[in-house]
Each structure stands twice: as C-alpha cells, then as structure tokens.
Design a protein around this ligand. Structure first.
Ligand code: G3P
Ligand code: MG
Length: 295
C-alpha cells in the first residue's frame, strides 16, 4: 500500500480533458518510497531534461527539482542562484535574462556526454515529465524579496501546464512566502513545507500554510521527531539520502519517502510497518496561527 495524501481539488483549466475534476472533490497523492533528487543528480546533470530521462530509466516514479525566476520572470530549473556550479555561465540567475541563461551549457560540467544540455524552463520540464509519466515535486527557490512573486508565478504555471492529474504534483519550499502565494494562486495543488531542522512550532507553520507534507533534512531526524510528525498526521519526506542502509532505517522509522541523487542504489526499498494516514492538504482553516515571524 502506498501512502496517500488527500488534497482538495478545484476546477482545472484543462479539466475538459479529464472531465472528472469538480470543486470540493478530493484526490489522492501517492508518494513512492524513493524520489529522484534534482532528477537523478548523481547520475545525470541536476535539474535538466536529461536528468529526468535518466530518473525514469532508473525506475523512478517521482522526481524533485528546483525552480527559480530569471530577471525577466521566466521560471527555470536551477538550484543555485549563481550559474557557475551547474553551467558554463557566470553571474546570478535572478539578474540574467532567460535568453542569456539559455546560451549556457548545463551538462558538460557533469560529464562531456551531456554537452549541449540547457537550463530548462518550467513548461518544458512539465511537458517531459508528463510524457515520461513522472510525478513532480516542484521546489520553489526564491531570490530575496521575490518569494511571493515566485510562488504565484510558478503555481499559476503549474495550474495551466500540468494536464489533469494533481495526484502527481506537489509544491514545496523552505520559504513560507512562496508557499503562501502558491496556496492563494493554486489552492488545489498540495504543498509541502521544507525544513533543515524542525522548529518547535512546525505544526503551527504547516497549518497556517495549509501544507500537506513535511520535508526535512535526514541527518537532523530521529525516531522521536519522525513519530511526532507522523502522529500529527503528516507524511514526512527526507532529503538527501544516498546510502541504502540509511534509507531503509528512515523508512523503518516511518519516513514516507526519501529524496535520492542515486535512486538506482535505493531500488527495491520498501517502507517499514506504518503507512501514511489519509489527510487534507488544506489545513489553513483548522489553525489559529500566531502572528509575526513564522520561524
Ligand atoms: O526538496 C528537497 C531538497 O531538494 C531540499 O534541499 O538544497 O537540495 O534543494 P536542496
Ligand atoms: Mg531541492
């Protein structure tokens, strides 16, 4: 049994294609135990179309990837705001136009066989994921002061471009402002709240943002923390896990999914006893959040 998350569904612009989406209905989000991280970042250049093809070839059912805005507001797949690490370009993504970023090679740094790979724009990535049948965890990365803009733009694009299956889509972010904008612009898409280390008030933050899932760095997790999250009714996704034994330990503790750069190394892993309870994505109305700082 795969764990399922119930997310409220609203009318989708492309619902004529499916004919099944109606306001007030719910859909199940089915999360696999292993999700390809930045595509399959240990096996192909991260956040590229080649990486998604690789993840699919390795048997992934879902991939995670990072999205940020260029200076001309094009959502592109890049983890860092700086271009140097993953392209042959220089400078900041949020200060470069899409056309300028697109000229850079995003594959050679990883291996010469990936020469010519480009930084994808979100719409291209979504089209390929649909073609490959992969689920998508879209992580919002916003430059300073652009969290709301990033969340609004990306989530609106997802509503327009993700065809008819919200069961295969999850937005996540470390940035509450980006998640709040996603909640307001695309409430039907489930949201996940990312933490490096779980703060004491995590539940209040998750409730305020109407998040369906919690995502946390695996090295900061303990059985007690995993239990706390699971007992509160949230599936827990842990990043970035490249060791098979560690992944199995986390799954045995009750972690729902692990993000891995090397999904092939984790093939065949299964969850331990517990499965995720069914839950609502939009918990915003169930909480009375404190005012002020979210963190
Ligand atoms: O979404 C999980 C993980 O990708 C978060 O960290 O820095 O790899 O985007 P990062
Ligand atoms: Mg990420």
């Amino acid at each position: 049994m795969l764990p399922a998350v119930l997310a409220p569904m609203v009318q989708h612009p492309l619902s004529a294609l499916s004919g099944t989406l109606r306001r007030g209905e719910q859909t199940k989000i089915v999360l696999p135990p292993v999700i390809g991280h930045r595509g399959a970042a240990g096996c192909a250049p991260e956040n590229t179309l080649a990486g998604f093809r690789k993840a699919a070839a390795l048997g992934c059912r879902w991939v995670e990837f990072d999205v940020r805005l260029t200076s001309d507001n094009q959502p592109v797949l890049l983890h860092d705001n700086r271009l140097e690490r993953t392209t042959d370009g220089r400078g900041k993504a949020n200060a470069s136009s899409f056309a300028a970023i697109r000229r850079h090679d995003a594959g050679s740094w990883f291996h010469p066989s990936f020469a010519g790979e480009r930084v994808p724009k979100l719409a291209e990535a979504l089209a390929l994921l649909v073609e490959l049948g992969l689920g998508a965890n879209v992580e919002l990365k916003a430059a300073r002061g652009r969290a709301a803009e990033t969340g609004a733009l990306v989530s609106s694009l997802l509503v327009s471009y993700w065809p008819d299956d919200p069961a295969q889509l999850l937005i996540s972010s470390f940035q509450p402002g980006a998640l709040a904008a996603a909640r307001d612009h695309a409430p039907s898409i489930a949201r996940g709240l990312l933490f490096h280390r779980l703060p004491k008030n995590w539940l209040r933050i998750a409730a305020k943002l109407g998040c369906a899932t919690i995502h946390a760095e695996h090295q900061r997790l303990s059985p007690a923390v995993v239990s706390e999250i699971r007992e509160a009714g949230y599936p827990l996704l842990a990043y970035t896990v490249n060791d098979r034994a560690r992944a199995q330990t986390l799954l045995d503790w009750g972690v729902t999914s692990v993000f891995s750069d090397v999904p092939d190394r984790l093939q065949g892993l299964a969850r331990g006893g517990g499965n995720c309870p069914v839950m609502m994505a939009d918990r915003a109305s169930a909480a009375t959040p404190r005012q002020g700082s979210m963190w």
